[in-house]
Write a protein that binds this ligand. Structure first.
Ligand SMILES: Cc1cc2nc3c(=O)[nH]c(=O)nc-3n(C[C@H](O)[C@H](O)[C@H](O)COP(=O)(O)OP(=O)(O)OC[C@H]3O[C@@H](n4cnc5c(N)ncnc54)[C@H](O)[C@@H]3O)c2cc1C
Length: 348
């Protein structure tokens, strides 16, 4: 696109889907501005740094099956941004009340960001206009005036992390909601068809615990899928490539039903219950030197859909994210790419 006044796009959400969409549209000649409510970028490709070590407390790893995503992963590997992770991985069944272990040899290649998951978002954001600490609270569409050549445009309102209003002066030809579906539905009130679709695709929560230990946990594995338990996943973060091997940091994820039932429970109580279950799963009674729980209210999609993205040329808006295009990190990337393609095609 070689226009004097290229079309502008507001992208709300600087996770994998929003950053992928932003980069594709910017490369296609659009003027793109990205907004995110967090202080950093990457969304659920997240890393928490503490005095007791670093934890990838959202996405643990990702797989790459779609050729478009595999090509990106290959490029990230050559950049030193991503590496395969081959943990000592087991499946643990707790249904009988005690752990029954089986090795996992599924041939799946699992990738992680280097030196941490959140570096993927940081790298994707390079060269993009990204405004962080900015929660977009409202998006309003002003219709164009027929016969005058004036186009419909989107304006945004937002607040910072302290709840103070921030000035968002831009006018945008397109609005992209690259957030979890409930947040997308809030933003898409002036694109009613898309809002209804977003509302029909709920997300589910996940409680995570970030626990560090003074000495290695003698679990006999680095990561485990857990069944029949409050937990679904436990992993030694420092077993991933590029991490500080001396900081014994474990990430525990709770099961969907358990997380839903405990959604509004105090974080300390959740943390204690998940740690107790971790002791039963690993058979290791070491107390952590530090532990905290983090609630992901919108951890992943609750239902599946065949839609790759939401798009409506009539309301000049769309949505992308892992709740479309098959979920997870790979799905978020494909969803962002697909939405960028639809917008570019509609603008030619
Ligand atoms: C506990 C957990 C474990 C996971 N494990 C894996 C795994 O092992 N493998 C895998 O592939 N995937 C995993 N995932 C899923 C993976 O993290 C996501 O699929 C992917 O990162 C989603 O990217 P996204 O761009 O769709 O959304 P997000 O990463 O959620 O990005 C959305 C962004 O929108 C921002 N935002 C929301 N509302 C607003 C607003 N109103 N204004 C401004 N900004 C806003 C948010 O701050 C966020 O940064 C896991 C996720 C969680 C939470």
């Amino acid at each position: 696109m070689t226009q004097m006044n290229p079309p502008s796009v507001a992208i709300v959400g600087a996770g994998m889907s929003g950053l992928t969409c932003a980069r594709a549209l910017q490369d296609a000649g659009f003027r793109v501005q990205v907004f995110d409510k967090s202080r950093g970028v990457g969304g659920r490709l997240a890393t928490r740094r503490t005095d007791h070590g670093a934890f990838d407390h959202g996405a643990q790893y990702f797989t790459a099956r779609d050729p478009r995503f595999r090509a990106r992963v290959d490029q990230w590997i050559s950049q030193g941004l991503v590496a395969p992770w081959t943990p000592a991985l087991v499946a643990i069944d707790m249904a009988g009340g005690h752990p029954v272990r089986a090795a996992v040899g599924d041939g799946t290649v699992r990738y992680v960001g280097l030196p941490a998951m959140n570096h993927i978002g940081r790298t994707l954001a390079e060269g993009l206009d990204v405004r962080t600490d900015c929660t977009v609270t409202r998006a309003c569409r002003t219709p164009g005036t027929p016969g005058t050549g004036s186009r419909a445009q989107w304006t945004l309102a937002g607040v910072d992390g302290k709840g103070a209003a921030v000035a968002l002066d831009g006018r945008f030809d397109w609005l992209v909601a690259a957030t979890p579906s409930p947040q997308a539905a809030t933003l898409l009130g002036d694109a009613a068809g898309l809002q209804a679709q977003a509302r029909s695709l709920p997300m589910v929560p996940c409680w995570a615990v970030l626990a560090s230990f003074a000495a290695p946990v003698t679990a006999g594995f680095d990561a485990a899928f857990v069944n029949g338990s409050a937990l679904t996943w436990v992993a030694r973060n420092n077993a991933k490539p590029g991490r500080d091997p001396g900081a014994e940091c474990w990430v525990l994820h709770a099961a969907r039903d358990w997380s839903e039932a405990a959604l509004e429970d105090p974080a300390d109580a959740v943390c204690a219950r998940m740690l107790a279950e971790f002791g039963r799963v690993t058979g290791c009674s070491n107390a952590p030197v530090s532990a905290r729980a983090h609630r992901w209210r919108y951890a992943g999609p609750g239902t599946r859909t065949d839609l790759a993205c939401l798009f409506d040329a009539g309301s000049t808006a769309g949505a992308c994210g892992d709740w479309l295009a098959g979920s997870r990190v790979e799905g978020a990337c494909i969803s962002g790419l697909e939405l960028a393609r639809r917008i570019a095609e509609a603008t030619d």
